[in-house]
Design a binder for this molecule. Structure first.
Ligand SMILES: NC(=O)C1=CN([C@@H]2O[C@H](COP(=O)(O)OP(=O)(O)OC[C@H]3O[C@@H](n4cnc5c(N)ncnc54)[C@H](O)[C@@H]3O)[C@@H](O)[C@H]2O)C=CC1
Ligand SMILES: O=C(CO)COP(=O)(O)O
Length: 338
């Protein structure tokens, strides 16, 4: 037990559970909202989450609940639902001023909104922050060293409140005030991780994967610039850092989904009845659409979108390779802009 104020975590998938475990490591009380009553029961009775993070023994200072009204008095709440339901879930939270730390990575289908816009509408009066970076849940739950971007719309004053509440000896947030950049990094890298998985599934080699990471990063920068993100933010933990992690490991659900697509599985079969979320599959269509409407070239994102819609992966890769040659840097483009 600790005298530090309790923290709330909404969403008890693998990431919400891992964050709750990390936050409880100084003995403080953590209230964890789960969608499924059986997850609540298992966490409270056995201190385990067999559905989403079976490897972890959880702290007894984590209490789970299905009732959002239980969060009414908490000043700091982390939001860790799948991106597509974030607005809907937050609409059930009492409307009092608090710090809302968004940890989901995606873009809302239909509206094309980033999570901070969805959260601001669903929970008016809150001050938004975004926590994002290279963070496999099972490693954070195991206490392995991890660093993240913590982007605060409330600037330094909010950081002074949140940093001591969230930092732990092995969990190290870095300050930013670029909420848009932090969200774009996490959303776009999920789509690029699917692309890298496809290349792995097709056995196209490590050169191709490195090329996808570098050219995909260019797409992330172009899209970020169009939405007002800082290049420096995207070059940090929440952009390049997370891109490198998720594009290189089958621990990533997005990479694994792409690998199965490259091996010939159908997207519809892979998405049917899946319990865990591969956010890139939901983000790719809306991101490809946003990019097209804003005139931002994102050929790798468009390729992932096409494969998810059922196009043959090998043919899509052949089309990518057949694109006209062009300058690597925008600043050198001149006539080479095809
Ligand atoms: N797992 C990880 O290593 C990391 C995940 N994230 C992000 O965290 C977010 C949550 O992902 P995970 O914790 O991995 O989820 P997960 O894939 O482990 O579990 C799925 C989650 O969706 C919830 N859910 C399903 N239907 C729902 C509904 N109708 N309403 C509310 N909740 C519902 C389930 O209760 C469960 O919490 C995603 O945006 C993901 O990109 C970010 C960093 C790391
Ligand atoms: O965001 C993540 C690591 O930073 C988790 O990636 P996946 O959702 O692809 O597993």
């Amino acid at each position: 037990m600790s005298a530090a104020p309790a923290i709330g975590v909404i969403g008890a998938g693998s990431w919400g559970t891992a964050l709750a475990q990390m936050l409880s490591s100084d003995g403080r009380d953590v209230l964890l909202w789960a969608y499924e009553p059986e997850v609540v029961a298992a966490i409270n009775a056995e201190h385990r989450n067999p559905l989403y993070l079976p490897s972890a023994s959880l702290s007894p200072t984590i209490r789970a609940t299905c009732d959002l009204p239980d969060f009414a008095a908490l000043d700091t709440v982390l939001v860790v639902t799948p991106a597509q339901v974030l607005g809907k879930v937050l609409a059930g939270l009492a409307r009092s001023p608090r710090d809302l730390v968004l940890c989901s990575k995606g873009i809302e289908a239909g509206s094309g909104r980033l999570m901070n816009d969805a959260a601001r509408e669903a929970a008016p009066g809150s001050t938004i922050a975004v926590l994002s970076g290279p963070t496999f849940a099972h490693e954070v739950a195991a206490g392995l060293p991890t660093a993240v971007t913590l982007a605060c719309e409330g600037g330094r004053a909010q950081w002074e409140r949140l940093a001591p509440a969230i930092a732990r000896p092995a969990f190290r947030p870095y300050y930013s005030d670029d909420v848009t950049g932090a969200e774009i990094g996490g959303a776009v890298k999920n789509v690029l991780a699917i692309a890298c998985g496809v290349v792995d599934g097709l056995n196209l080699g490590q050169n191709a994967r490195a090329a996808l990471i570098a050219r995909g990063f260019s797409e992330m920068l172009r899209f970020g610039e169009a939405l007002g993100a800082e290049t420096e933010t995207l070059s940090g933990l929440c952009g390049l850092g997370d891109l490198v992690l998720t594009c290189s490991s089958t621990s990533s659900r997005n990479f694994s989904l792409g690998k199965a697509l490259g091996e010939g599985a159908l997207a519809a079969d892979l998405m049917a009845d899946r319990r865990t979320v591969a956010e890139g599959a939901h983000t790719a269509p809306v991101l490809a659409d946003l990019a097209q409407r804003r005139g931002v070239a994102m050929p790798i994102v468009a390729a992932v979108d096409a494969i998810l819609r059922g196009a043959d992966a090998r043919a899509v890769v052949a089309d990518l390779l057949a694109r006209p040659l062009r300058a690597e840097l925008e600043s050198d483009a001149g006539d080479l802009t095809a």
